[in-house]
Ligand binder design. Structure first.
Ligand code: ATP
Length: 457
């Protein structure tokens, strides 16, 4: 672990974000403002890891807040997004984004509540953080360096980095904010750190006091979101969930909730897919993650867990229905042959379920899914719905005909727009004659197996 210098720390900042940091520091120098680099970036730099996010902290003085400093420093056209009076201000976008916060003090009215926040000092801001290894700061602006020549470590964060442990600051930490347990479960595997024995005891107290029942679903989901997004750092989401399970946190969140052994392999595959996507990924990682994780559990528990994590609306029904749908899709995939038929099946599966299915399927089936999603899904037909309507089709027959044309196209049975239009005309002709045979209101005779077996001529 190298001792950081101002030069090494500035050089380690992500390249695209550096010009913004320099602009903030220029305003800070002119205005004699006290600005530190805090938390994750200091921790990661000390560990020799790349700095991914830039988190700056302004100690407020003379009514100068992070929002004011951000407005002064941001170049014309660069967005400044502010989250509440003492919240973080984001400057820039994408890789060229930095976060700037005003130092604050937090008080918890009751366990699990959102804290009341007021302006604070560097010391109070570091103390409100989750773990000592995140309570490190490094002075950047001249005014900050006059107060603290370099690394600021009031809570033994450096020693804990050496010891590879996560330690909370006080005995009420997990009771005040149980989401810190989810953070510990996520950060632990990421850094290879364990929760100290004392912090485990603090967690146990919070569990005994029922603190986990009082956290909102939205706050839990935001942490769960990050757990699945961290898979992009080549982390297995099952490792974080296994920690939560062994700490009895899952059962405290929802009675009966666990990490089923049978979900682990699929979660590992899901994690790998999020890190190195085998096809362009769409949708929310957390929904794919929940689908895979909860699939072996009973339907009622799946529903309650989804609700507990603040999932809403249609997404809940999809999570409840997922295991039966997965079985059905896998059965059909084993039967269908050809790219067109595969497309007709997979094309109807929502993005999150497709990713979950990829993770749950045997590797050979997974490869078929990946090939379809990477290649065939994007292929455009030489005709569209309006062409089919122009050919004489209407109502649901248009959708059915589109599937037929697409299947034939992906199977290589037709290649040009003319061939596609010819098939559309043929389908329209058959649709007309079928409707003549059974006008509306007259029930159609069921088609016999011979008729059903007749393909397109
Ligand atoms: P990193 O620590 O690498 O920045 P992250 O992206 O999960 O990880 P954020 O969620 O952006 O971190 O939080 C930034 C910092 O804010 C953390 O390092 C932590 O010190 C602090 N923090 C975030 N959530 C909490 C919380 N619930 N309680 C206390 N401190 C928190």
């Amino acid at each position: 672990m190298n001792g950081p210098t101002l030069v090494s720390i500035r050089a380690a900042l992500p390249q695209p974000a550096r010009p913004l940091v320099e602009r903030v520091l220029k305003v800070a120098r002119l205005e004699r403002l006290t600005v530190f680099l805090v938390g994750g970036p200091v921790r990661d730099h000390l560990l020799g890891l790349p700095i991914r996010d830039v988190d700056l902290l302004l100690v407020p003085s003379r009514d100068r807040s992070a929002a004011w400093l951000a407005e002064q420093a941001a170049p014309e056209g660069v967005p400044v997004v502010s989250h509440g009076r003492f919240g973080t201000v984001g400057i820039g976008r994408g890789q060229a984004k930095i976060d700037l916060a005003t130092a604050r003090t937090e008080r918890y009215a009751h366990p699990g509540a959102l804290p009341t926040v007021e302006a604070g000092t560097l010391e109070t801001d570091l103390l409100r953080r989750d773990f000592t290894v995140n309570s490190l700061a490094y002075a950047l602006s001249p005014s900050a360096r006059r107060r603290h020549p370099g690394l600021v470590d009031p809570h033994g964060g450096l020693a804990d980095l050496h010891a590879k442990v996560l330690r909370v600051h006080h005995d009420a930490s997990f009771r005040d904010d149980p989401t810190r347990a989810l953070r510990a479960a996520r950060l632990g595997p990421r850094l290879g750190f364990a929760l100290t024995r004392g912090s485990r005891a603090v967690l146990l107290d919070a569990l005994r006091e029922g603190a986990f029942g009082r956290v909102s679903g939205d706050r839990l989901r935001r942490e769960l979101d990050k757990t699945f997004l961290d898979a992009r750092l080549h982390l297995n989401p099952a490792d974080a969930l296994a920690r939560l399970s062994s700490w009895h946190v899952l059962a405290a969140l929802e009675p009966g909730l666990e990490l089923p052994r049978t979900a682990r392999t699929a979660l590992r595959r899901l994690g790998r897919a999020l890190a190195d996507p085998p096809f362009p990924l769409r949708g929310r990682a957390v929904l794919a993650g929940l689908a895979v994780w909860l699939a072996p559990l009973p339907a009622g528990l799946r529903r309650r867990t989804a609700e507990r994590f603040g999932i809403r609306g249609e997404a809940i029904r999809r999570l409840v229905d997922y295991p039966a749908a997965q079985e059905r899709w896998l059965r059909r995939l084993a039967r269908v042959r050809g790219r067109g038929a595969t497309d007709a099946l997979l094309g109807s599966i929502p993005d999150e379920e497709l990713l979950a299915l990829y993770a749950a399927a045997a590797p050979s089936v997974g490869r078929r899914i990946a090939r379809w999603a990477a290649e065939d899904r994007r292929r455009r037909l030489p005709v569209d719905g309006s062409d089919l309507v122009a050919a004489g089709l209407s109502g649901p027959a248009v959708g059915r005909a589109l599937v037929r044309v697409r299947t034939a196209y992906l199977d290589g049975e037709l290649r040009t727009r003319e061939e596609a239009l010819a098939l559309a005309a043929e389908l329209a002709r058959r649709d007309r004659s079928r409707r003549r045979r059974s006008p509306p209101g007259v029930p159609r005779k069921p088609r016999g197996p011979a008729a059903a077996g007749k393909g397109r001529s």
